[in-house]
Design a protein around this ligand. Structure first.
Ligand SMILES: O=P(O)(O)O[C@H]1O[C@H](CO)[C@@H](O)[C@H]1O
Ligand SMILES: Nc1nc2[nH]cnc2c(=O)[nH]1
Length: 209
């Protein structure tokens, strides 16, 4: 996909994730997703690329899930497991490929937290999310992962740390979308290289879920 749909654009969550079911019907077995996210982990720098190892689904806590409603049995079970949402093998492969490409300095692993947006977080919200165990915060990806996993597709996802979440009341920094876009432009080539090399290393017969 070029781009994606977001809750903050007003789309129902089932429409946001409809493409995942189309991919499943087309025979796709592995989903690779990328996003831009604010860095909550104080060790992260702008421009770091975080391999997502787990997520915190804030809208899910409030009952906003793409799987709400009657279960579509032809895709998956009523109560899908999420403790293995981000494929361990692909994460390891991505770290190895990143090292080979000389990207280890900016390649990290961590937990992504999704919020509804479109407002960026307050300082108190950033502090809370960090204490809850989130390393990065954004407004996408998790809904797609949930529907992909429900349908038995493997998931791999990367967050580009496009800005640092503001955690300090004395800070003059302000989250803004221009910085998000600019960081994306600066890392685009390396991200493309990382993903295309990774795709070339995925064994077709490794894909069975
Ligand atoms: O998650 P993606 O769409 O990559 O982008 C992230 O960056 C945008 C905000 O700057 C929001 O869309 C947020 O979700
Ligand atoms: N929620 C959220 N989404 C983002 N996308 C890019 N940066 C951010 C951020 O700081 N917060």
């Amino acid at each position: 996909m070029q781009g994606r749909f977001h809750l903050y654009e007003g789309y129902p969550i089932q429409k946001i994730t409809l493409p995942m079911r189309v991919f499943k019907l087309m025979g796709v077995q592995t989903m690779i997703m990328t996003n831009a996210a604010g860095g909550l982990n104080q060790d992260f720098k702008v421009g770091d690329v975080m391999i997502i190892k787990d997520h915190i689904n804030m809208p899910g806590f409030a009952g906003v899930s793409p799987l709400c409603g009657p279960n579509e049995d032809r895709f998956g079970v009523r109560f899908p497991c999420m403790s293995d949402a981000y494929d361990r093998e692909l994460r390891g492969l991505a770290l190895a490929v990143g090292a080979e490409l000389g990207f280890s300095d900016f390649l990290k692993e961590g937990v992504y937290c999704v919020l509804g947006g479109p407002s960026f977080e307050t300082i108190a919200e950033c502090r809370m999310l960090n204490r809850l165990g989130a390393d990065a915060v954004g407004m996408s990806t998790v809904h797609e992962v949930i529907v992909s996993r429900h349908a038995g597709m493997r998931c791999f996802a990367l967050s580009l740390i496009s800005n640092k979440a503001v955690m300090d009341y004395d800070s003059e920094e302000r989250a803004n979308h221009e910085e998000v876009l600019e960081t994306g432009r600066l890392r685009a080539e390396q991200l493309e290289k990382l993903v295309s090399t990774l795709v070339g290393r995925i064994e077709p017969n490794n894909n069975a879920c």
